[in-house]
Structures are given as structure tokens and as C-alpha cells.
Design a protein around this ligand. Structure first.
Ligand SMILES: O=C(CO)[C@H](O)[C@H](O)COP(=O)(O)O
Ligand SMILES: [Fe+2]
Length: 228
């Protein structure tokens, strides 16, 4: 089954615990947590202490998207804070294979994200070592941006690459996903759909998340990872 991962970047930061509980009640599968450092991207968000305190609120998998330079310096802090999936940007990690290997050695699923301008070919040689490939469909840094339509063929290409090499790898798509395009994005090959503003600005999570689920229900590709 395809998964929906609301991004708390667009939640009310003064009530993050309640917001997570509300999207869980409405049917969220994962909680997507955007970490920004003001260097790799021009925005600042949250760090390990916030992730640690949110860990008390839910047992849903925490899908932590690191948009930070020098991610190796912070892997332990986010793993210790309780993330289940830890994704670094290919553009930010100098020794990407070492970084991924370390995340997996620590018992956490390892993801790599690529910006819209970064070719998938960059990952060709390490693809079998990934658990998750996160394709950015906006330029990272902010919620509420428009999906970049030229990313659709990139998702299809990623699906073909992964099917040939290691079909267990999950494809996650992040940026500008809403009720109008979620079905198309899923059919292109996305297993996990991140949605921030489309969920949290919708006013009624109990309507929006089931509506997204209904649009995904005909999606043919199973996603069995992780099971928590
Ligand atoms: O990584 C991100 C931005 O860098 C966010 O996860 C993403 O933008 C989700 O927000 P929205 O669905 O509003 O585009
Ligand atoms: Fe994200």
C-alpha cells in the first residue's frame, strides 16, 4: 500500500504534538520531519530535542529529512532522538556511501534525497545500499511551493532504475503534492507521498487524508517498509 507522510513543516509549531496526534487520527502513515540549517537551504527549522520530545506523542515512523550541510555530524543526535528513517541530501554528503552505511549500522533506514537539478545517475553505484530514495519535486527549503512538472519523468526513471536493481527500495516524493496531483505522482512510481501544506492548510485533516487515500487506492505498487 502507498503511504502518506504529512510534513509537519506546515503544521502549527506552537501545537506540534496535537497536530501529529490529529494527522495520526486522520490516517497518516508516517510523520515527515523537515530539518533545515540555514546553510544547505535558506531556512531554519527544528533539531534533535524537538524530535525527541515529539517521539512521546506517537508510534508512527518518524521520517526525518535532513536538509543540512555536513550531515555526518548530526546522525547520532537524530538517531538517538528516535527517528526511524533518516534521509540525507546527496548534494550535502561528501562520502555518501559511508554516511548511508553508518545510518544502517545504527539500525535506522537510510534515505538519500536529490534536488530537482541533481541527476539520478549520481546514485547509480550506491543504489543497492539505500532503503529509500527521496525525490524532491520542489527546490528544498520551504513548504507551499508548486510541484515541478518535469520531475514526473524523473520519478518514472527512478522507478525503472530501482526495479532493475533492488525493488525493495522505497521511492518517496516530496514537494507540492496535493489532491490534484497525488494520483499522477503515485502512478509515476512514488511509494510514499509527502504532503505538507495540502494537509495542514486544508482545515480538516479528517477529510483531506482519507481523500488522498482514496485517490491512492488503485495504485498497484506495494510498499511494505517499514512496518512499525
Ligand atoms: O522538504 C520539504 C521542503 O524542503 C517539505 O517536506 C515539502 O516542501 C512539503 O511541503 P509541501 O507539501 O507544502 O510542498
Ligand atoms: Fe521534506
Amino acid at each position: 500500500m502507498k503511504k502518506i507522510a504529512p510534513s509537519i513543516l506546515s503544521a502549527d509549531f506552537s501545537r506540534l504534538g496535537d497536530e501529529i496526534a490529529a494527522v495520526e487520527a486522520a490516517g497518516a502513515d508516517w510523520i515527515h520531519i523537515d530539518v533545515m540549517d540555514g546553510h544547505f537551504v535558506p531556512n531554519l527549522t527544528i533539531g534533535p530535542p524537538v524530535v525527541k520530545s515529539l517521539r512521546k506523542v506517537t508510534r508512527l515512523p518518524f521520517d526525518v529529512h535532513l536538509m543540512i550541510d555536513n550531515p555526518d555530524s548530526y546522525l547520532d543526535a537524530f538517531i538517538d532522538a528516535g527517528c526511524d528513517i533518516l534521509t540525507v541530501h546527496a548534494e550535502a554528503a561528501v562520502h555518501l556511501h559511508r554516511t548511508i552505511s553508518y545510518i544502517r549500522e545504527r539500525g535506522v533506514s537510510a534515505g538519500v534525497s536529490v534536488n530537482p537539478a541533481t541527476p539520478l545517475s549520481l546514485l547509480e553505484d550506491i543504489l543497492p545500499d539505500l532503503d529509500l530514495l527521496l525525490i524532491m519535486t520542489v527546490n528544498p527549503g520551504f513548504g507551499g511551493q508548486q510541484f515541478i512538472p518535469t520531475m514526473l519523468p524523473k520519478i518514472r526513471k527512478a522507478k525503472a532504475m530501482i526495479s532493475a536493481v533492488s525493488p525493495r527500495i522505497v521511492i518517496e516524493v516530496d514537494g507540492g503534492i496535493n489532491l490534484d496531483n497525488i494520483s499522477t505522482v503515485a502512478q509515476a512510481g512514488a511509494d510514499v507521498l509527502v504532503a505538507g501544506s495540502a494537509v495542514f492548510a486544508s482545515g480538516d485533516y479528517g477529510l483531506t487524508l482519507p481523500a488522498m487515500r482514496a485517490l491512492l487506492e488503485n495504485s498497484p505498487e506495494p510498499c511494505t517498509f517499514p512496518t512499525a
